[in-house]
Design a protein around this ligand. Structure first.
Ligand code: SF4
Length: 484
């Protein structure tokens, strides 16, 4: 692939680079056919629209003319300026807010505004704010002192004022120079060691295949950026090296960096062996899955949430009336989606959940991971459930994720529901779907409902997705039993 030295850098590219150096390079030179659609950018855009809508004022306008006229809010300004030598930096400034100052247009100036998702202000927010600040400063010939960052907290828009400091500007210029160096290289930067970032990246399928092919250590479940560095320091550079080393040798070497590293050496080696040989390894042959085997039926439980407002909007259950020793009759599976439209309608939701749990008192509740029991028990406590009720529900939970982790090393990069279900051959009815997509559907459906224009298709798609999550959990439980 050829590098393109004259390619301007824009705010979109800078965002990509801050998330992962490789992503910025792929955005320019990568094969777009290998890029996946993800719901994250749409969620981000919708969130931005909601936040900016909150700033809306009567006096607003579009473009530089609106600045000349001194409108309170200005939308849609695109600016470019060589913030670094020989390189045009383009900025798309979706919104500016008027403030005091002394610009070329009069005794006022404009400050940059951005919307953030997530719990806290990150380096990405600071650098993008600094970049838009420098671009607007150059236009208005006046230095903005502060930028605004908007975010939602329990459906309320909060505004934070951030001082635009020289330190931030210096960090921005340094980052732009490093970004420039990366995109001038004919080879892409390496795959990030922090593979958690990859889960929401549109290049993940492509990078996964490269990573597997080249035996990257970050492919191994349990190895993050720091541990990869430690392993490199002791001469282990790929999965093969790790799969071959003797346990006592690795432990002795890793113990020097702290016993917490040495203690998981066995786990790391068996995980690498499983992945490099593409083979499932049973860990506890004597361990029995009594609870799973003896049950006369099951409830399987999965929640869908809107994390920004901490709202569990869907509590999905499936019930099967028989054990898992024989083939599952899918016709007998009953799905019950219990919707919780608003956060403040928890009371009736809890009553409905309680009725369901009581109706099938003898059935264990299967779930995948910690989220479901934590959320359900907290809901019960908020609704005044007695200690006796809470303890009784707690006893019924069986965490399939925990059972998989305790009993097996599998040739997968992570032990999330999707990876494990894929490993055992389960497919979701709707393709390329994940929690982010379900969240997007939910937000779109809620909005359309408010406008009295119900998108029932979206809601049905969420139900299908949630039902499949439950069935995936069930199929993994069955796989566990079948391997006994
Ligand atoms: S998939 Fe991961 S490594 Fe690849 S570009 Fe995205 S974040 Fe970077």
């Amino acid at each position: 692939m050829k590098c393109n030295e004259s390619k301007p850098i824009n705010d979109h590219l800078l965002r990509s680079w801050i998330r992962c150096r490789r992503k910025a390079w792929l955005e320019i030179y990568g094969d777009k056919q290998k890029k996946l659609w993800t719901a994250h950018s749409t969620l981000q855009l919708n969130h931005q629209i909601d936040c900016f809508h909150n700033l809306a004022q009567k006096s607003y306008g579009i473009g530089i003319q609106a600045c000349e006229e001194g409108k309170n809010i200005v939308y849609g300004i695109r600016l470019k300026f060589p913030l670094i030598k020989h390189r045009i930096i383009k900025g798309n400034l979706p919104i500016l807010k008027k403030t005091s100052g002394d610009s070329i247009w009069g005794n006022f100036s404009y400050q940059p505004v951005l919307a953030r998702q997530g719990k806290k202000i990150t380096r990405e927010h600071r650098l993008i704010l600094s970049m838009t600040g420098l671009l607007i400063n150059n236009l208005q010939k006046y230095q903005s002192q502060k930028g605004l960052i908007l975010h939602k907290e329990n459906d309320i828009i909060k505004v934070e004022k951030i001082r635009l400091t020289n330190k931030m500007n210096t960090e921005l210029i340094k980052s732009l120079l490093n970004l420039e160096r990366d995109i001038e290289s004919k080879d892409p930067p390496p795959i990030t060691s922090n593979r958690k970032k990859c889960t929401i990246c549109s290049w993940r399928k492509y990078c996964d295949s490269v990573s597997i092919q080249e035996g990257y250590l970050s492919e191994v479940s349990g190895i993050g950026a720091k541990r990869e560095l430690l392993l490199n320091k002791i001469g282990i550079n790929n999965i093969e090296d790790l799969a071959k080393i003797k346990h006592y040798k690795l432990k002795a070497k890793l113990d020097k960096f702290g016993t917490q590293h040495g203690d998981i050496s066995k786990q790391l080696i068996s995980q690498a062996q499983s992945q490099s040989n593409n083979k499932a390894i049973k860990l506890n042959p004597e361990e029995e899955l009594k609870n799973l085997k003896q049950a006369k039926g099951f409830l399987i439980y999965d929640i869908e949430s809107d994390p920004d407002i901490k709202h569990d909007f869907l509590h999905g259950f499936i019930r099967i009336p028989n054990n898992l020793n024989n083939e599952i009759n899918f016709k007998k599976i009953k799905y019950s989606p219990l919707l919780n439209l608003e956060k403040n309608t928890e009371n009736s939701l809890w009553e409905r959940i309680k009725r369901k749990l009581n109706r099938h008192k003898d059935l264990p509740i299967l779930h995948y991971g910690e989220t479901e029991p934590i959320s359900l028990l907290k809901l019960g406590l908020r609704q005044g459930a007695s200690t006796h009720e809470i303890v009784a529900i707690k006893k019924r939970f069986i965490d399939i994720h925990l059972l998989i982790r305790e009993n097996w090393r599998l040739p997968v990069r992570n032990y999330g529901l999707k990876s494990i279900a894929e490993f055992i051959g389960f497919e979701w009815e709707q393709s390329n779907i994940d929690g982010a997509r379900a969240l997007l559907w939910w937000r779109q459906w809620k909005k359309s409902r408010r406008l009295n224009n119900v998108y029932s298709k979206n809601l049905n798609s969420i139900f299908k997705y949630n039902r499949d999550d439950c069935i995936a959990t069930l199929m993994i439980a069955k796989w566990l039993i079948d391997q006994e």
